[in-house]
Design a protein around this ligand. Structure first.
Ligand SMILES: *[C@@H]1O[C@H](CO)[C@@H](O)[C@H](O)[C@H]1NC(C)=O
Length: 185
């Protein structure tokens, strides 16, 4: 009984502190849009899958790598190792119902994209590009996140050779810990 009370009061405290507005239905599916002019590539779709790339996954579990399958038309250039760079920016949904920047400690800025989840070379034309995102290497960042809350993730690709860049914005719910952790309480 006492245990139930503690859990119940914990839930009430949690609910009243958090913003009750859910941005772009992130409780149901990933919301995304292209955040550049589309000069180098046009994105038609982005869907999150598990590590194998075979099973649709939502919310996204950050305790394992994930694959985001993007359907895009690359009308820029062929992009290859080591000139293609990726940057991830992250925001959390604050108690004031606004996005607030999560410091990524420089860990996710200008990485070699071909060594960090992008299958290279990226050819030109319409294609499905499965991009792997692996946050398991970045415990310092994951530790700052809360379970099953909305996050906004910006993914930027930048090609040093041509100066081309493209940007995808997504709003998602992340599972940080294992779903069945409450069984342990
Ligand atoms: C919801 O998504 C649209 C783009 O589809 C974006 O412009 C808007 O800022 C998003 N809303 C929030 C609260 O982030």
């Amino acid at each position: 009984m006492l245990r139930q009370l503690i859990i119940a009061s914990g839930l009430v405290a949690f609910a009243s502190a958090a913003c009750s507005q859910i941005p772009n239905n992130t409780d149901k599916a990933m919301h995304w849009w292209q955040c550049d002019s589309g000069a180098s590539a046009t994105f038609y779709n982005a869907t999150p899958y598990d590590q194998t790339g075979n099973n649709y996954e939502y919310p996204i579990h950050l305790s394992k790598p994930i694959v985001v399958k993007t359907d895009l038309d690359n009308h820029g250039h062929v992009y290859s190792d080591p000139n293609l760079l990726s940057t991830v920016n992250l925001w959390s949904w604050s108690d004031q119902c606004t996005w607030s920047s999560v410091p990524t400690l420089g860990l996710l800025k200008n990485l070699n994209a071909c060594e960090n989840g992008v299958p290279c070379p990226v050819k030109t034309g319409r294609q499905i590009l499965p991009v792997t995102l692996d946050f398991t290497k970045y415990n310092a960042i994951i530790k700052m996140l809360k379970d099953n809350e909305p996050y906004q993730l910006e993914y930027i690709l930048n090609d040093k050779t041509s100066g081309d860049s493209s940007c995808l914005m997504s709003q998602v719910n992340f599972f940080i810990i294992f779903q069945n952790l409450c069984i342990l309480i």
